[in-house]
Design a protein around this ligand. Structure first.
Ligand code: NAP
Ligand code: MG
Length: 475
C-alpha cells in the first residue's frame, strides 16, 4: 500500500488574537454590556482558538446606526469609485489568501486543499466580479436608474464562512448598500479577519460592520427596524422564522436555505467520471454543503458497476488533519453537527437501509465522521428526505428517465441536481423537468461568480451570483 508522508501547512502563517471585539464603524470595539464572550474552537482538536464577543441589542443598534450614517456618502459615490474599493479588497484577499485559508481550516475543520483552492479563490473572484458591475448598474437590466436599498442585514452559516461572506458583501457594496454581517457562532474568525482587510483597503468606516454572536444576535439584527434588506443563508427552519418576522415590514428579503439534491446517473454515463462527481458531490467539505448531491439515483442496469466503483474510490479517501495537504475529508464543524449526523445515520440503519463505510481510522480528539453510504434506501426513509449535512450518501435506483425525474423532484427542497449521461439530448430533456435552481451535467459542485445560485420551494428565494445577484440589492 502506497503511504503518504504528512504534509502539513504551517499554521504559524496566521496570527490569531486571544480575543476579538466587534467591528463597528471601522473600529474593533468591546461589546456594550451584557453581551459577554464565547469561545471558538478548532473542530479537529477541540483546542480553543480565540474568545469572541457576543453582540447584544445595544451593539446591533450601534452597528446599524454606523451603517446608516455611512450609507449616504457611500451610495453617492460614483460606481467607478466604489469599484476601486472592491478591486482593492479582492486583491488583498488574493495576497493574504494563504493566511486566510489556514485560518478558515483551523476554525471550520475543512481540508486546506479546499480552503486554499476553492473557498479563497472564489471569494476573491466574487469581489473582482462585482467590482466590475459597480459602474455598469444602469446596463444590468433593472431600469436606467437602479437605486441601492440602504442598510443590509446579512446572516451566514458556518460551512463556507469566507465564501458566504463574499457572496453577501460583494454585491451589496457594488450596488451602493452598506452592511451589518453576522457570521456563524462556530466560525467567526475569517469574518473578523475580513474586517481587517476592509481597514487595509481604506474602506470608509461603517460601510461594513461585523457583529459576532449566536442565533440571538442574528435575530436581533434581522428584526432591527433600521434595516432595509435582510439576506440570510442557513437552515430552512430559521429561514421560516425570519420570513415571519420580516412579513409586513418594508424590508426586502432573500433566503438561501437547505437542500437534498438528486445526483442522477444514467447507465450510459462515463462511470469513472460519474464516481468522481458523486464523491465530490457528497464528500466535498465533509458534506456540509447545501447543494450537496446527497441523494444518488442510479439507473438499475448500472447499479452494481457504479456501487462497486464508488466503494473502491471511497476506500482511497483520506480523513484527518485539515491542515495536511493530502487530506480529502476534514473534521465535522461542531459537536452538535456531529450529533445530528450520527442521529440521522442511526435512523437510516434502523429504518432498514444498509450502511457502509470504508475502513478508516478517525482521530481520537475532535469531531469526525467516516464517509458513509446507505444502499437500499427508499423514498420513505428519513435519510432520503431530510438534509443530513454531513458525509452521508443515500442511494436509490430508477429504471426510466421519467422515474428519475419524479424521484428527484420528490422533495420539499429544490436547490441543485446533477445529471450523468453521454447523451446531450437526455441532459437537456431531464434538466428542463428538474425543479432545482442549479442543474449540473457531467460535473458537480461547480461554482462561478458569473453564475446565479439559489433555490425553489423550501430551498428559499432570490439568487446570489451573476447579474441576477444584483437584483436583491437594488430598488
Ligand atoms: P442555521 O442554524 O440556520 O444558522 C445560520 C445562521 O443564522 C447562523 O449565523 C446562525 O447563528 C443564525 N441564526 C440562528 N438562529 C437565528 C435566528 N432566529 N434569527 C437570525 N439568525 C439566526 O444554519 P446552520 O445549521 O448554521 O447551517 C446549515 C444550514 O444552512 C443547512 O440547512 C444548509 O443547507 C444551509 N445552507 C444553505 C446555503 C444556500 O446557499 N442555500 C448555503 C450554506 C448553508 P449560529 O451560528 O449561532 O447558529
Ligand atoms: Mg470554530
Amino acid at each position: 500500500m502506497f503511504e503518504y508522508a504528512p504534509a502539513p501547512e504551517s499554521r504559524s502563517i496566521v496570527d490569531i488574537a486571544p480575543s476579538y471585539g466587534l467591528f463597528i464603524d471601522g473600529e474593533f470595539v468591546p461589546p456594550a454590556s451584557s453581551g459577554g464572550v464565547f469561545k471558538t474552537v478548532n473542530p479537529a482538536t477541540e483546542e480553543v482558538l480565540a474568545e469572541v464577543s457576543t453582540a447584544g441589542p445595544e451593539d446591533v443598534d450601534r452597528a446599524v446606526a454606523a451603517a446608516r450614517r455611512a450609507f449616504g456618502p457611500w451610495s453617492a459615490l460614483p460606481g467607478a469609485e466604489r469599484a476601486k474599493y472592491l478591486f482593492r479588497i479582492a486583491r488583498i484577499l488574493q495576497e493574504r489568501s494563504r493566511e486566510l485559508a489556514v485560518l478558515e481550516s483551523l476554525d471550520n475543520g475543512k481540508p486546506i486543499r479546499e480552503s486554499r483552492d476553492v473557498d479563497l479563490p472564489l471569494a476573491a473572484a466574487h469581489f473582482f466580479y462585482y467590482a466590475g458591475w459597480a459602474d455598469k448598474l444602469k446596463y444590468a437590466g433593472f431600469g436606467d436608474d437602479p437605486r441601492p436599498l440602504g442598510v443590509a442585514a446579512q446572516v451566514i452559516p458556518w460551512n463556507f464562512p469566507m465564501l458566504m461572506l463574499a457572496w453577501k458583501i460583494a454585491p451589496a457594496l457594488a450596488t451602493g448598500n452598506t452592511v451589518v454581517l453576522k457570521p456563524a457562532e462556530t466560525t467567526p474568525l475569517s469574518a473578523l479577519f475580513f474586517a481587517d482587510v476592509c481597514r487595509q483597503a481604506d474602506l470608509p468606516p461603517g460601510v461594513v460592520n461585523i457583529v459576532t454572536g449566536a442565533g440571538e444576535t442574528g435575530r436581533t439584527l434581522v428584526e432591527h427596524p433600521g434595516v432595509d434588506k435582510v439576506a440570510f443563508t442557513g437552515s430552512t427552519e430559521v429561514g421560516r422564522q425570519i420570513a415571519r418576522s420580516v412579513a409586513g415590514t418594508r424590508k426586502r428579503l432573500t433566503l438561501e436555505l437547505g437542500g437534498k439534491a438528486a445526483n442522477i446517473v444514467f447507465d450510459d454515463a462515463p462511470i469513472d467520471q460519474a464516481v468522481e462527481g458523486i464523491v465530490n458531490g457528497i464528500f466535498f467539505n465533509q458534506g456540509h454543503v447545501c447543494c450537496a448531491g446527497s441523494r444518488l439515483l442510479i439507473q438499475e442496469s448500472a447499479y452494481d458497476e457504479v456501487i462497486e466503483a464508488l466503494k473502491r474510490r471511497m476506500a482511497t479517501l483520506r480523513v484527518g488533519d485539515p491542515l495536511d495537504k493530502n487530506t480529502d475529508i476534514g473534521a465535522i464543524n461542531s459537536a452538535e453537527q456531529l450529533e445530528r449526523i450520527r442521529t440521522l445515520s442511526d435512523i437510516g440503519a434502523e429504518e432498514g437501509a444498509e450502511r457502509w463505510s470504508p475502513p478508516c481510522e478517525l482521530p481520537a480528539q475532535g469531531f469526525w465522521f467516516a464517509p458513509t453510504i446507505f444502499t437500499g434506501v427508499t423514498q420513505a426513509h428519513r435519510i432520503a428526505r431530510e438534509e443530513i449535512f454531513g458525509p452521508v450518501l443515500s442511494v436509490l435506483t430508477f429504471r426510466t428517465p421519467a422515474e428519475a425525474i419524479e424521484k428527484a423532484n420528490n422533495t420539499p427542497y429544490g436547490l441543485s441536481a446533477g445529471i450523468w449521461t453521454e447523451k446531450g439530448s437526455q441532459i437537456l430533456a431531464v434538466a428542463d423537468k428538474l425543479r432545482a435552481g442549479v442543474v449540473w451535467a457531467n460535473t458537480f459542485n461547480k461554482f462561478d461568480p458569473t453564475s446565479p445560485f439559489g433555490g425553489y420551494k423550501e430551498s428559499g428565494y432570490g439568487r446570489e451570483g451573476g447579474r441576477h445577484g444584483l437584483e436583491a440589492y437594488l430598488a
